[in-house]
Design a protein around this ligand. Sequence first.
Ligand SMILES: C[S@@+](CC[C@H](N)C(=O)[O-])C[C@H]1O[C@@H](n2cnc3c(N)ncnc32)[C@H](O)[C@@H]1O
Length: 245
Amino acid sequence: MSQKVTPYKDSNLGKKEQVTKMFDTISKNYDGLNRVISFGIDIKWRKKVVEILKKEQPNSILDIATGTGDLAIALVKTGAKKIVGLDISPGMLAVGKEKVTDKKLDSTIEMVVGDSEKLTFEDNSFDAVTVSFGVRNFETLNTGMAEILRVLKPNGTLVVLETSVPTKTPYKQGYGFYTKNILPLIGKLFSKDDSAYGYLSESASVFPHGENFNNILREIGFIDVTNKPQTFGVASIYVAKKANL
Ligand SMILES: C[S@@+](CC[C@H](N)C(=O)[O-])C[C@H]1O[C@@H](n2cnc3c(N)ncnc32)[C@H](O)[C@@H]1O
């Protein structure tokens, strides 16, 4: 069970409401900040997710916690005919919707407001589900992952891209310095909501990454669970399947 970290320490709101408020507040700056804090490497990681799914030739993909839609848009390259981008923050989705429309992808990508922990889709609806930098924000991780398993078709594939913490020297120390000192500073300089970037590093440090997350996925019922650390272990790509019932 992961420790509950919230964006606003003095708020009476629950984690879900705080996370929604935070992403609504930073939505207009999110894409630019994302490139800065990850040095643009997030683009390469998203491409890897696309390459993994291309081999599966999915017809339908649900991109959960789609935010401003970067992964949903990249997933068009898998050849999927239907991509649904779902997010709890209307602000993030509005930015994403504009990008989808600008790229003339409205007939392939549908952007919907929704909660990953209470999905409104039928059981066995999607060939694949993706989540990039989203699972760390779920109020109850296991509930969200169980919902994903439910809406995946038998033999369907889950791909999760999430921050992780390097375990080897000197990357571990370098990462610690960056997240404690540089990241909150970037947040303060560029965002209206500096608590957001304190939350980013704090939530990353408590997220059960690597084999711990693999085990959570197995406990929930996913099979063939694997993970590959990316860029010295600052992010990881997890792949898992729903059994062919
Ligand atoms: C760090 S952003 C990632 C956005 C996008 N996937 C990306 O890779 O840039 C996390 C997103 O998760 C969304 N989110 C958090 N909790 C959620 C929930 N319970 N259901 C759906 N979306 C959620 C937030 O609104 C936010 O847009």
